[in-house]
Every structure is written in C-alpha cells, then in structure tokens.
Design a binder for this molecule. Sequence first.
Ligand code: CDP
Length: 217
Amino acid sequence: SVPVLTIDGPSGAGKGTVSRAIARKLGWHYLDSGSIYRSLAIAAIAEGVDLSDETVVAEVAKAMVLEFECAEELTVKLDGKDITGQLGLESTGNAASMVAALPEVRKVLLQKQKDFRRPPGLVADGRDMGTVVFPDAQNKVFLTASAEERAMRRYKQLKEKGIDANLSSITQEIEERDRRDQQRKAAPLMQADDAVFIDSSDMSIETVIEQIINLIR
Ligand code: CDP
C-alpha cells in the first residue's frame, strides 16, 4: 500500500515545519490535518453556529468544500474563497480545538483525511494520524517538546508573520490546548504503540528532520 509517515504531537512541537520539509525531500504529499479543523472552525464561525453544537457543526463539516494547494506555502480555499490569511491565527487554532473535540465531527472528517493517501507517499501531521486515521502507517513518529519551548517557537513564528503576539498568553493558550487535546473523549492526543518518540526541546529543526528521515523504512 501507499507509504505513510505519521507525525503526531502537541501544539507547537514543530510538526508542520518538519512534515513539510520531509514531504518536499521525499516528493510525497502532505496532509496538515490541523488545517482541516481550522478551516471547519472558520466555516462554523462564518455561519454563526455554536461551536459546541455537535450536530450542527458536523453538518457544516459535511457541506464544506476544501481545496489545498501546497506550493511554497499552503494555500487553502473554503467553498472557493481563499482563507489562508485567517488559518494561522491563534483564535482560529483555539476554535479548531473546540470543534475537534466533537466525535461526530471527527467521524465526518475521517474520509477527507484518508483521501490524501496517494502515490508516491504521504506525510500526515496531526494528533491522531498514527492512532486513528492511518493506523496501518509504516512509519510513525510522536514529536514533542517542553511547553516553554513550544510557546517560544510559536511566539517567534507569529512575530515572523508580523502577527502581534504575547509570550505569556501564548504559554497559557498552549497549556490550555494541551489539556483540551489530552482530555477529550474523541481521539485524545496520545502516542501510538508503534510510534518513535522524539523530544525536540534541545534539537534543531534540521536534526529532527534528519533523525526522522533515517527512520523511514
Ligand atoms: O499546532 P496547533 O495546535 O497550533 O494547530 P493545529 O495542528 O493546526 O491544530 C489545531 C487544533 O486542531 C488542535 O489544537 C487540535 O485540537 C485539533 N486537531 C485534532 O484534533 N486532530 C488533528 N489531527 C489535528 C488537529
């Protein structure tokens, strides 16, 4: 079957940067599953629905049409409209983690994610790639870093994008997001039994990329 490398882990562990770099090196497709939850959050907010209303949010998930374009940067269109600019906002990430907690929503989005598995291969980045979406993946990584380090990276990333950011509120949000991702009933963040654990707190992105590429079978 088509090879898949899953990279799961908490918010801000560097999964996005690492996954994109590896996908580019291998010439594989890239699934940023977080951006699907982010897009859904944007759609639900635009329609003015209550983000905790499972049935209604699941309806929005079923109806939305997403187009991903992965050139230099990821471009996402929701129902034909470019939403790339809103995608990276912290408020979008927080709303995404709310809709991601709804089991019915996760069920609806499952097939959309599986469809990314096309030759010659896929790098899938998220929370439940190795546990739920691609349990049969040949290569699985669980990538993490300390909460302080993750907050610092996120802070720098936002600054680079010219987005106004505050380190202590980002740290708080990261801890809040960790709690929500770990404690939810639907697909809580956890390491797959057969995943390789990597703590990147004291590692450069380049080293992380190299280690993961060396793992690939
Ligand atoms: O890394 P960060 O949390 O900032 O963003 P993300 O990876 O884009 O994910 C946004 C939110 O979507 C996360 O906080 C998770 O709650 C949720 N998510 C999920 O539940 N399952 C995934 N496979 C990916 C993201």
